[in-house]
Design a protein around this ligand. Sequence first.
Ligand code: GTP
Length: 597
Amino acid sequence: MKNIRNFCIIAHIDHGKSTLADRLLDFTGSVTEREKQEQLLDNMDLERERGITIKSHAIQMDYIHEGEHFVLNLIDTPGHVDFSYEVSRSIAACEGALLVVDAAQSIQAQTISNLYLALENDLEIIPVLNKVDLPSANIEEVTDDIVDLLGCDPSDVIPASAKTGLGIQEILDAIINRIPAPSGKVDAPLRALIFDSVYNPFRGVETFFRVINGTIKKGQHIKFVNTGKTYYADEVGTLKLQQLAKKEIKTGDVGYLITGIKDAREVKVGDTITDAENPTKEAVAGFEDVKPMVFAGIYPVDTEEYEDLRASMEKLQLNDASLVFTPESSAALGFGFRCGFLGMLHLEIIQERLEREFDMTVITTVPNVSYHAYTNKNPDDIILVNNPSDLPEPSTLNRVEEPYIKATIITKSDYVGNVMSLCIEKRGEITNQTYLTTERVELTFDMPLAEIVFDFYDRLKTVSRGYASFDYSPIGMRVSKLVKVDVLLNGNKVDALSALLHVDNAYDIGKKMCEKLKELIPRQQFDIPIQAAIGAKIIARETVKALRKDVTAKCYGGDISRKRKLLEKQKKGKKRMRQVGNVEIPQEAFMAVLKLN
Ligand code: GTP
């Protein structure tokens, strides 16, 4: 146990976490030439394309330090706020963290939020000043920023370049010298923390754990404390680049477990593994059921594909337990599902996976957060509103609450005014403003989650010319004035276009939605009025003017094959159209509210 070190790397996005992990693997000889690929740890295609780490992974390195053999377990953490609970569990599995700061960018919002998580878990922090090779690196200034933030000595900060390999040796030595070895009770009943799981279609769910007390053995009868289910440990092992089966994994170490579980929902990150016959008295603290934050309807474009869509969603859920869905139906779109996601990135990932891995063509409706509604009749009973149609009649409504977040934004002093205006426009209330240096300011706001779900990141980038970083954490529900805005096409209400909006935004957004729909809905043989309404009250109106010419007319009669081709082309175009009443609606229209600017 004294020769084990468990650590993670925490950093703001793009500060070089994955690149540094690769260098550590190289340096410790943990990868063969053949396995050398950029960003080894990001192995999902989508992660590579987006250049961000979505799921966390762990890897074990062997390292000889002054003639002694050490085992280093690197627990990677996801880099996006949608997955912050997973970050917190990965951090809880470690004794130390490398805090990576980009020498050109200095401390950013995620640096701080991750640091707080690490400090809450009493982790030893090793500050690493990365990218010192860059001509734009501000080595002295950024070192000072780090010293101010951590209250450490300047000599504790390790200058490094994950690109050139500078400082890697020093980082490894610091991991061994500064991070404490795990301390746990070898003879106590098994107590292990699940910090991640991955679905493997051949082997079932692979569970990644950190043993806190006791030992987990191959064949052992084990129990997951929070789900209460028992299994046999078919296989346990360590996470080298490939998995390496072992007889047992001992106190303080990190490993994987295979039990033949076929459904990801049985393995909950944060749960405790113990012995079924001799269970631990205390589960690992901090377990939470992850709750979806954003909801949207997903419908097959072709109504006949409903059963296929259900099968695809079920398969996706087997390997992504944070996806939830229930059947729903819409007058406009037919049968589909109301789905819950951890955030907008998660929504996009699921949508892309449905299309790529399952070959489904789907329509996604306007996302909303989850509200709590209370009626006058039962003012204490929460009605969960995950769908605009769940909102009780306004006349029966006692109150509605919406989720709030604490937003932390770090920007340059020049942009403070712009950032404040944006946040106030988004119904934010400033709670703190701190100058980190004369140039850099940290602002915190209480804001409704609903306001940041859509275009907030993009707007923030624009108003700060890219010099703002942002992070958030939930702070609970607050009373809100919520209304349901409906859209009528040609006089017919299209349920799938309804949105839940704060009353102060309703007129403006209703108007913009009508304008956007006017752009998106193709002209047809008749005028199509587009209206936005709150209850019976029309708040905005536009018209798509009738089309006069027949599209085939320009094929000047004769050439029948050309005419047919044109019709074929139109038919294909129709694939993503929905007929509602006598109006055709393209799929983009259902997401139009997201792209109003
Ligand atoms: P996420 O996985 O999205 O959180 O990002 P990350 O923090 O893992 O960053 P990543 O390792 O992907 O690095 C971001 C970019 O910085 C990449 O283009 C790297 O090549 C580059 N980079 C990383 N380290 C260095 C460095 O020391 N010097 C220079 N010049 N570039 C670096």
